[in-house]
Design a protein around this ligand. Sequence first.
Ligand SMILES: C[S@@+](CC[C@H](N)C(=O)[O-])C[C@H]1O[C@@H](n2cnc3c(N)ncnc32)[C@H](O)[C@@H]1O
Length: 534
Amino acid sequence: MPTYPHIDRYYEDLNRLIEFGGSGNELNIRSAFQTCLDAYCRGHRERFVLVPELPGPGGVPDGTIKDSLRMARGYWEAKDTDDDLDDEIQKKFARGYPQDNILFEDSRIAVLVQNREVAMRVDMTRPSELDRLIRHFLDYELPNIEEFRAAQEQFKADLPAVLQNLRQTVETAEARNPDYQVATADFLDLCRQSIGPAVTPEDVREMLLQHILTEDIFLRVFSEDQFHRENNIASQLSKLEETFFTGDARRETIDRLLTYYGAIGRAAYDISDFAEKQKFLKAIYEDFYKAYNPAAADRLGVVYTPNEVVDFIIRGVDYLLRKHFGRTLADDHVQILDPATGTGTFVTSLIEYLPEDRLERKYRHEIHANEVAILPYYIANLNIEYTYKERTGRYLEFPNLCFVDTLDNMGWQQAGATGGAVQRQGTLDLGAVSVENWVRVQEQNEKPISVIIGNPPYNDSQTNWNEFNPNRPYPEIDRRIRETYISRSNAQKTHQYDMYKRFLRWASDRLDDDGIIAFVTNRAYLRSSTGRWV
Ligand SMILES: C[S@@+](CC[C@H](N)C(=O)[O-])C[C@H]1O[C@@H](n2cnc3c(N)ncnc32)[C@H](O)[C@@H]1O
């Protein structure tokens, strides 16, 4: 016989609330159904979240069901037992409540309206019927979700052809367009100085392609064209783009992706809250990158880190800093770095965590972040600056986000040895090309870092990384791995040069005398013999 544990619990809670609260008044009993619905959401294959009292179209329903993209999937509204439920439903619709997927209940009767029609009406005292209604409610696919999914699939199917077209357009510009040739040579120079000496013309081409392909997403999600004018990397890439990719060329190439951008724009339009848009963008980050370049997504570890994990690490580090060094994250001179920042989650959580009176100093001088792929770099920039503005009420540029390959950046060895401030003006003679990013990297290199936190890539899905999607070489850091992990280990040698161990080695060397490294990790290498060091 089927059992309905969430519903049994609901009946128990409901009886207790009525017994102690003395009535079936909505406010008195609402939490019982909320707990029940929440349990169904958590157990649903799409891991929905029930958000109470979120303002939406027509008012503030008692609950909104959200999916991982932060899109609203359904609404729940509780009513008094004394009210006439059908009258109340009509009143809500007259006020503009959504009618695509909404559940009304008064603890006796539950009514499910889908696509403007009553889809089910059940007696709530019958557990099997109530269970069926809730499942029907949660499984319903809204037309905009269907559209979004279809657009995602279409995007994956269309992207290879669009990319091929785009690559050809860039190759033609490389061969025949003098403006492009000059601009790209300047930009490559700057990248080699600030991102790493190994940057190739192909890398620049990839950055440009990602920039072109993601520009529209930012415009549609954030209505943000200022960002591309003002961010030091985005403005350089926009200049490069303007030398060859305008008007018809642009329209013809990008046209095929318009369905995807349109669906993203419409989905984002339904999300009014900026913080929710940030989360939406985090999900798009993984989705886009895996379709754009699955091998690079794997090599770079393009997955976002759940906020709960990030918060745990931040609190844990603060506790350990106090315990072992008598300091806190908020203290002066505790320099913090996220070397693989992705969408910037560690930095945004720090901004929310630090005490208000310490925040500005930390933000300006003592929190640092690096990212090597253009899309997450843009997202991180927007997220970090927005979170700061939310917290303080003031916009302040985040001056410590670097577009750099962390593992290639060994400049801190010399910087530490020579000391001295970096000159902001005239350090490089790169003509029109901005030196801002280069200066940022040098400034970071000057800082004695005492906390390194983050979620570096660990190529989890690669079973044989030597043959499939090989990682690019990092001679300096690999030499350090040879000198330390390998020379002191009797384990198999070839498996030591993965991205995760490189980050661990880099961070261990980068840390000042005292400090803490806190990385998200898989357990495999800790348990296996390859990770055994003697
Ligand atoms: C697991 S994700 C970080 C997720 C991040 N905490 C978030 O929630 O968005 C790892 C990130 O590190 C970046 N990355 C990988 N290798 C890097 C390198 N050598 N230097 C800088 N960033 C790198 C990747 O592009 C990716 O965005």
